[in-house]
Ligand binder design. Structure first.
Ligand SMILES: NC(=O)c1ccc[n+]([C@@H]2O[C@H](COP(=O)([O-])OP(=O)(O)OC[C@H]3O[C@@H](n4cnc5c(N)ncnc54)[C@H](O)[C@@H]3O)[C@@H](O)[C@H]2O)c1
Ligand SMILES: N[C@@H](CCO)C(=O)O
Ligand code: NA
Length: 434
């Protein structure tokens, strides 16, 4: 059989890795597919080429590649959602299949892109977009298709997890570690996407759609970054038996879907609490299977290329079956996506870690306890530190039972209004992840 011909757009971290893996493992891959995969063309700028292109034809115009009649599959690895959107839509219009690692593009424009792909009977594959090399989209879409998914939770940004790990284990400075993550090729072009939780929210949006059969709704995801975390909170959490992780959480309730990314305390003995460095992990709870965990490198040149190339292999195999019998883009048939709403953050529920700076007066603890109990919020543990020398304030650390966020908002307002409480109450959500 003739080889399947691919075109690679963008030859940076992921593009370079993809080219190298396709070349190095060409023989093994051909044995899996039943025919070869050939890189027919590359579209790249002169700068930032992360591999030797070994004589493959190169253009600097991605649209020329998208229109190249020789090419069966366009691999979009340029990033962003302007040119990338036009490129992917052009490739689809030309009747080509698409593989992308671009979660921003899928989370923001995926509904439109999949609709166009269906019209043209082509596949848009995006395994590398979520949790890099971990085949979590395949696991959810195919491996767990017997289940009603209850919830999923994941550490899905490698850069952020790398930063938190280095800060906790080596006491390193936030900005120092971020620079290293950028040099290693983990970070997004705009690294605020990583540290403010936007990248994780893109990925969570995609996972939630596949898990629950809802359209992509990135604009409804609640996003909180890790830039406000202090070493104090990391240490207090540790003393209480927790680790702080930047978690993406999607949960189905009767009212709707919780979709949220924020720093989260996790009991230190949970597997997820021990996912360190650039590693990612996603825990998925299904009604039949229970909890399952998927772990691996969430970013980097070849781990991400592993997912890109696996998508190319899937498409090459699917070229011989009819469009209707393929696995749907969002796992569920497009005409039966559910309108179960995504909930505003106020209506989601979790336990909370609170750090309150109390004046060293008698009775403040009793007032704090009263405010919480009046709102039906139970305290699970409490820790009070020595008065801090400079300002005489006493850090009071509480962990509560689960409560609706809007009740906690109300309690925090009341706590901050107390005469005996100074400044803002720090709140970090806690998830047990059983
Ligand atoms: N780096 C990772 O670990 C990782 C992991 C998963 C997904 N991703 C995603 O993969 C995509 C690529 O990320 P990356 O880390 O490889 O970025 P990168 O910056 O290393 O590479 C992007 C390349 O595309 C080129 N490019 C940009 N616009 C172009 C255009 N119009 N024409 C030709 N070339 C163009 C750039 O010059 C650069 O070489 C992004 O969507 C990113 O979110 C990255
Ligand atoms: N910037 C992303 C790349 C992988 O999607 C991360 O650090 O996880
Ligand atoms: Na993946």
């Amino acid at each position: 059989m003739k080889p399947v011909k691919v075109g690679i757009c963008g030859l940076g971290t992921v593009g370079g890795g993809t080219f190298n893996v396709l070349k190095r493992n060409a023989e093994e891959i051909a044995r899996r597919v039943g025919r070869g995969i050939e890189v027919a063309q590359i579209a790249a700028r002169d700068t930032n080429r992360k591999c030797d292109t070994q004589g493959v034809s190169i253009t600097n115009d991605v649209f020329e590649l998208a229109r190249n009649p020789e090419i069966d599959i366009v691999i979009e690895l340029i990033g962003g959602y302007t040119v990338a959107r036009d490129l992917v839509l052009e490739a689809i219009a030309q009747g080509k299949h698409v593989v992308t690692a671009n979660k921003a593009l899928i989370a923001v424009h995926g509904n439109e892109i999949f609709a166009k792909a269906r019209e043209k009977g082509v596949i848009v594959a995006f395994e590398a977009a979520v949790a890099g090399g971990i085949p979590v989209i395949k696991a959810l879409r195919e491996g767990l298709s017997a289940n009603r998914i209850n919830w999923l939770a994941g550490i899905i940004n490698g850069t952020g997890n790398f930063i938190l790990t280095e800060m906790r284990e080596k006491g390193r400075d936030f900005h120092d570690v971020l620079e290293e993550a950028q040099a290693l090729g983990y970070a997004e072009a705009d690294p605020t996407f990583d540290v403010e939780g936007i990248d994780a929210a893109h990925k969570l949006t995609i996972l939630a759609s596949i898990a629950f059969g809802i359209p992509l709704q990135f604009d409804k995801a609640y996003t909180e970054g890790i830039t406000q975390l202090t070493t104090d909170d990391v240490n207090y959490a540790e003393a209480l038996g927790y680790r702080i992780k930047h978690l993406g959480m999607a949960r189905r309730t009767e009212e709707g879907i919780e979709l949220r990314v924020h720093p989260t305390l996790i009991p230190a003995d949970r597997l997820l609490a021990n996912v360190n460095g650039v590693m990612n992990a996603v825990m998925v709870n299904g009604d039949a299977v229970g909890s399952t965990l998927y772990y691996g490198a969430g970013a980097g040149m070849e781990p991400t290329a592993s997912a890109v190339v696996a998508d190319v292999v899937d498409i090459a195999r699917a070229l011989s079956c009819s469009p209707e019998s393929r696995v749907p883009h969002l796992a569920f048939q497009p005409d039966v996506l559910s309108d179960h709403p995504v909930l505003p953050i106020g209506r989601s529920e979790s336990a909370y870690y609170l750090r309150i700076h109390a004046k060293d007066h008698p009775g403040v603890l009793a007032q704090v306890a009263a405010i919480l109990s009046e709102r039906g919020i139970n305290i699970e543990s409490i820790m009070q530190k020595e008065a801090e020398e400079q300002d005489g304030l006493v850090p009071m650390i509480l962990v509560t039972h689960r409560v609706r966020e809007e009740h906690m908002d109300d309690a925090i307002r009341a706590l901050e209004a107390l005469e005996g409480v100074a400044g803002k109450v720090v709140r970090i959500r806690v998830e047990q992840l059983n």
